[in-house]
Design a binder for this molecule. Sequence first.
Ligand code: SF4
Length: 301
Amino acid sequence: MEIKLVKNGIFPVTRTPDGHPLDRAADTGYAFPGTLQGEGKLVGIPVLFVRTSGCNLRCTWITETGKVSICDTPYASHYPLEVEVMDTSEVVAVIKANLDQIRHVIISGGEPTIQPQPLVELARGLKKSLNVHITVETNGVLFIPELVAHVDLFSISPKLKSSDPDTKKNRLLDHPVEQNYIRDHRKFRRNLDTLQKYINACMHKGSYYGDEPGSPPQRKSNKDFQLKFVITRKTDIDEIRQDFLDHLSFVAPEDVVLMPVGGTPELLRESMDMTARLAIQHGFRFTPRLQIDLFGDTAGT
Ligand code: SF4
């Protein structure tokens, strides 16, 4: 089954599926495949990425100092101009040839869930052929029940009001967000029903259907989730609590990950300190964006 990826959407790799060296270097600058997961619960773990093309949202933020910051992978979301269509079995073959000691594969985007069947096929193929740990990074707007069996970590990044594109932010962008995306972003970005389904997928059934009265909720040992929020201002914490956590069950503080806004080292520096303070004060998890510290805002790292 075919899946749409961004150009060079399996990364960082150095070999073809039959093990021959590629004619271009990995974007990390290393002579070997792989990088480190830069964000969230698995930060620092060696990984390979698959980045799908296209997104159903158009996140656009303004930093506290008034600078505009769009999604850190705009070539997969806002401007998905270069697309590579591959068979999911081919993707598995490339991963296999570049896996070496790596045991974790991240399927990211863009938004992977807008290609539901190809995404299920890819996750199933990776799990069945390679038995790797699979993370799916999603904005949490769509839920695909068939995906659950093949995924170990749902890295969900629900979007706050601060991510809404609007005409004021558009004035600061070279390529303004189209009106239909401005409307749809506001309408669809917060889907509590879907978020709870992802969370429930990580819990033993009895603990949330209530058929074991009095027993504490139990998380499955082989499934986990995180709710990763991009922080641009102090008041984001109130919105996270009131608009999200107050309506969701089974979320522990360490499942809530605060990540500073910024797709470039400069923007990131501005918001890092505020985000770290908020995480400490509220008992949530802080995540850096290690990939930006290590490689700057270079795609494919
Ligand atoms: S949902 Fe994610 S990929 Fe899509 S625009 Fe927002 S940050 Fe980018």
